[in-house]
Design a protein around this ligand. Structure first.
Ligand code: BG6
Length: 467
């Protein structure tokens, strides 16, 4: 279905997210012919980054840096539709004028996408400004997490948003949900008859959602100091992943059914036990530029979570993520109970069958199984069943998470975005823990986090599958 003409407004147009993901993503979508035929992009921030040409030059540099060399002719054509306009919470008149001019050129069917790539504290005043200058009309508003810092602030933010926008206009982005491999959890579970019957406490004995990152804060001191890893990663990305793994089969794969099922999972999560949560901080974090010398902000979290419903009661979900760790991985592992009898000589003991989702940009799903070693003896060893999605579907064009989600916003499809209800339920769950934050334990850089976290999953340990 051809998309209606669009005008994109990107607030925070010179910031990290815009340069790293949004402009490169829009350019790639355009190269793939996935943008509407008619579109304009208006970058905006409080201060101009120079002339229009200098702004486009900055974007050119960013796109090359984050996507590699680009075709100059294509870039010239693409940027002919990009401009920059100053706007602030006090004054949106220039922006309103530019948006209306673009709409006049493209006709009355033009839709607006307004992307808030700005710090959370700036969101509410900007939303009020949008209302004041009627920029909210026919607009889809895209917001970045964290959506508030606790239940109270999330409710206030939602109230401000709803003063100006209808809920159906709001797209709360959690870019993990745009990753191919995350959507594959749904495909594997519900497009096959094989997995769903064993997707429960009778067959699964633990789930691990593990997102260690090698990078440190990379200059994002302000962000980390005000947000911390729990709010940055756990109450958003990792709980959303847990929602997809744990949810009941939805009636349909539409936004409402999926949001309802995820919300039921979040409702069923047992209050978090502070004794089963470990906060960590990497050695040297306090010496990073812009970080308080006595900062107790966590750069690492590991925790145990239980979902108290018929499907999962008593089965631990282990969540872990942190900066400056030994390896960068994004894996979801489901461990299966051992068979009741060990009948084969040479059987590799002590480990369950494991089903692993590698959520990298080269997504893979594999399952470790025991199988007969060829030869005269009836001996078993460990084998692997494996789906390599890029190899399996040659010629398919995987989209980067932000690209996929930008496309969904244009199509008006909120399925892979987070609802108000989900956000509020997750804050309700996390608030008690965050109101009484524990002191982080120091861990060495390039390690797997504090010792206490290593012991959290007990006998199974943290599963680091060899990809
Ligand atoms: C972002 C967090 O949302 O996700 C970062 O703010 C984190 O701290 C990043 O590094 C990880 O995303 P990805 O797609 O690189 O795994």
């Amino acid at each position: 279905i051809p998309l209606a003409p669009h005008v994109f407004v990107i607030f925070g147009a010179t910031g990290d997210l815009a340069r790293r993901k949004l402009f490169p993503g829009l350019f790639h979508l355009w190269q793939l012919n996935l943008l509407p035929e008619e579109f304009r992009i208006i970058g905006s921030s409080r201060a101009a980054p120079g002339t229009q040409e200098e702004f486009r030059g900055m974007l050119h540099h960013a796109v090359e840096l984050f996507r590699g060399e680009i075709d100059h002719e294509a870039w010239r054509k693409f940027t002919a539709r990009i401009s920059f306009v100053i706007a602030s919470a006090e004054d949106g008149s220039g922006l309103a004028k530019a948006v209306r001019a673009a709409e006049k050129e493209m006709g009355p069917a033009t839709e607006r996408v307004i992307y808030m790539a700005i710090p959370p504290s700036a969101t509410e005043p900007m939303v009020r400004m949008l209302g004041k200058f009627d920029l909210h009309e026919r607009a889809k508003l895209v917001l970045e997490k964290p959506f508030g810092t606790d239940l109270g602030s999330a409710k206030r933010l939602n109230a401000t948003l709803h003063d100006v926008f209808d809920e159906s206009q709001i797209y709360r982005i959690d870019h993990f949900l745009g990753k191919e491999a995350v959507q594959n959890i749904l495909a594997l579970r519900f497009a096959n008859g094989l997995f769903e019957p064993v997707w429960n406490l009778q067959h699964v004995c633990y789930v691990q959602i593990d997102v260690p990152e090698e990078i440190d804060i990379q200059g994002r001191a302000d962000f980390m100091e005000s947000t911390g890893t729990f709010r940055d990663m756990i109450s958003t990305h990792l709980f959303q992943l847990l929602g997809f793994v744990a949810l009941e089969p939805p009636i349909r794969l539409d936004a409402e059914s999926l949001h309802d099922e995820k919300a039921k999972v979040f409702h069923a999560i047992r209050p978090l036990d502070p004794d089963r949560v470990v906060f960590g901080q990497y050695e040297g974090y306090r010496d990073e530029e812009g970080v308080d010398a006595f900062s107790d902000v966590e750069t690492f979290v590991a925790m145990e979570v239980y979902v108290d419903n018929w499907r999962w009661f008593g089965i631990p979900f282990y969540l872990r993520t942190g900066k400056a760790m030994a390896e960068s991985r994004r894996t979801i592992t489901l461990g299966f109970w051992e068979p009741p009898l060990k009948m084969f000589p040479g059987e590799v003991g002590g480990r369950c069958n494991e089903l692993v989702f590698e959520l990298t940009d080269d997504p893979k799903i594999f399952c470790d199984v025991r199988a007969k070693i060829p030869g005269p003896e009836l001996q078993v060893g460990r084998g692997r069943m494996r789906v390599d999605l890029v190899e399996e579907f040659p010629g398919s064009e995987p989209l980067e998470a932000y690209e996929r989600l930008l496309l969904d916003v244009m199509r008006g499809d909120p399925t892979l975005f987070t609802s108000t209800e989900e956000v509020e339920l997750l804050w309700q769950l996390c608030d008690p823990l965050l109101k009484n934050p524990q002191k982080p334990r120091i861990y060495p850089r390039r390690s797997w986090g504090p010792r206490e976290a290593l012991q959290l999953p007990g006998e199974h340990g943290w599963r680091i599958p060899d990809g």
